[in-house]
Design a protein around this ligand. Sequence first.
Ligand SMILES: [Zn+2]
Length: 189
Amino acid sequence: MLGEKLLEMLKETGAYLEGHFLLSSGLHSSHYLQCAMLLRYPRYAAFVGEEIGKLVMAFDPEVVVSPALGGIIVGHEVARFLDVPFLFCEREGGVFKLRRFPYPKGKRALVVEDVITTGGSSSEVGSLIEKEGGVWVHTACIIDRSGGKHSLPHEPTSLLKLELPVFKPEDCPLCKKGIPIYKPGSRPL
Ligand SMILES: [Zn+2]
């Protein structure tokens, strides 16, 4: 199954870790996900781009748009598979803008992200596309962590759905067991 194959790739590349982690939100988790670890291998980036591309072909997108930075590599690979242009949005003064490209008037856009948690970034990109005169036809990602609780107007396409447990520090069962905590990207605390 595709989801299982992807999970193996995520584990193999260190993109999906199990243990005891301090997240940037201040919450603790037993799992940590960092898609950049998977996407540093172009072969895997091409694989996820192709698999997402196959699933979204029916929406007939004419352009792929991603939020920088997380969506750039995967969005580019999806666009390559679909053989359509790829654009990315960047934050300027806290809001997403198409700083480097004009939006192709009236074109059907697919928004692509690496991970959807709340759907906030994708929604913002989708709204921008509509403001620029485009049609936001669909949204896709590698991993959907939303558990269905996202702000998107449609259900996104994903290769894998994951719901990772998070705990407040005072309620963390891993802290209670005395397991050392790691801040991903750094040495043990
Ligand atoms: Zn903890």
